[in-house]
Design a protein around this ligand. Structure first.
Ligand code: ADP
Ligand code: TRP
Length: 321
């Protein structure tokens, strides 16, 4: 069966760019293969140095992903650090990874360009990510556009390892849903925590409404016809409603006499009601942390079965006895 793997860093709060770009495709992928999904807490350590927040973010991320539709009955769902084999594999992979390959990776290059001193963790971030993917012999990795490079690096590392030691690893394919590759934020740029233009999935109603009402628009007057495809409002709206409702909004844009304010209100309503069942589920899970913990432990056990088989093979070929 097709093995689909993806990880998400526990960032504290997730936004609709994360949801549309990666979480929803991941949830939907449970229909067509076996999903391996984990919370990438070890990756967060490259930039977060507050232990208490780290721990809390990890728990929140477990809850959020379960609330948003990761189904532990069908999928393998775990916390990255619960499978220590991933750190061991990172070391084996490090030794077939050229420094030049990592120097070309964007997170490190960005830090360099901004004059931010990079730690070794940030530099070798893609090797840990390669270990995540290769440890579980994944076939497909659904990611946002910004993570494509990391999956390509993973393939390079796997090829180098296989060339040196024989065919140990499956080569993964990145999968980027084109229609939703980059979700714009409230200022029209890519939605991202770093740009302060996000709309949080589980934000407070007042705050979410304010953010949506604050979406930057052009000064076209209410009466004038507008091109829906040039509007951030429409481009997000159509991802939350069925085709009929999307077509109706597009039509109103084109007809004129439809202001951005009104469109924003509709967008808010669509988003707020879309996440209603997820908010409810999240409330239930937050009140039942024992259950969340049971799922976490059972998931790690299942993940470890696959991980230890891979590690056994790797140790054998590299000669670690
Ligand atoms: P941020 O840019 O807010 O820091 P992350 O880098 O933590 O977000 O992204 C986590 C995941 O969500 C990644 O797989 C990324 O590709 C996806 N993602 C983030 N922002 C967007 C966006 N605006 N459009 C599509 N996908 C996104
Ligand atoms: N680096 C990814 C991100 O920032 C998270 C991640 C870690 C991941 N390991 C992975 C994604 C393995 C896919 C596969 O979003």
């Amino acid at each position: 069966m097709l093995r689909i793997l993806s990880g998400i860093k526990p960032s504290g709060t997730i936004h609709i760019g994360n949801y549309l770009g990666m979480i929803r495709p991941m949830v939907e992928s449970q229909e067509r293969g076996q999903l391996f999904c984990f919370i990438a807490n070890l990756h967060s350590l490259t930039t977060l140095f507050d232990g208490r927040r780290m721990a809390q973010n990890s728990i929140n991320a477990l809850i959020d992903m379960m609330a948003l539709g990761i189904d532990p009955k069908r999928s393998v769902f775990w916390l990255q650090s619960d499978v220590p084999e991933v750190a061991e594999l990172t070391w084996y992979l490090s030794n077939v990874t050229p420094v030049g390959l990592l120097e070309r990776c964007h997170a490190y290059k960005d830090a360099q360009a901004k004059g931010i001193p990079a730690n070794h963790g940030l530099f070798s971030y893609p090797v840990l990510m390669a270990a995540d993917i290769l440890l579980y012999q994944s076939n497909v990795v659904p990611v946002g556009k910004d993570q494509k490079q990391h999956v390509e690096v993973t393939r390079d590392i796997a090829e180098k390892f296989n060339l040196a030691y024989g065919e140990v690893f499956t080569l993964p394919e990145p999968e980027i849903p084109e229609a939703i590759a980059v979700i714009p934020g409230t200022d029209g740029q890519k939605m991202s925590k770093s740009y302060g233009n996000t709309v949080e999935i589980f934000g407070e109603e007042k705050v979410v409404r304010k953010k949506i009402m604050g979406i930057v628009t052009d000064p076209t007057p209410v009466e004038a016809p507008k091109d829906p495809d040039k509007s951030v409002i429409y481009s997000i709206y159509k991802l939350f409603v069925d085709e009929g409702r999307a077509a109706a909004m597009a039509e109103r844009f084109r007809a004129g006499g439809y202001g951005y304010g009104e469109a924003k209100k509709e967008l808010f309503e669509a988003i707020w009601s879309y996440f209603e069942p997820f908010r409810r589920r999240r409330g239930e899970l937050t009140a039942n942390l024992d259950y969340v913990n049971e799922v976490r432990i059972a998931g790690a056990d299942k993940a470890r079965e696959v991980a230890s088989a891979t590690i056994k093979k790797v140790r054998e070929v590299v000669g670690v006895i």
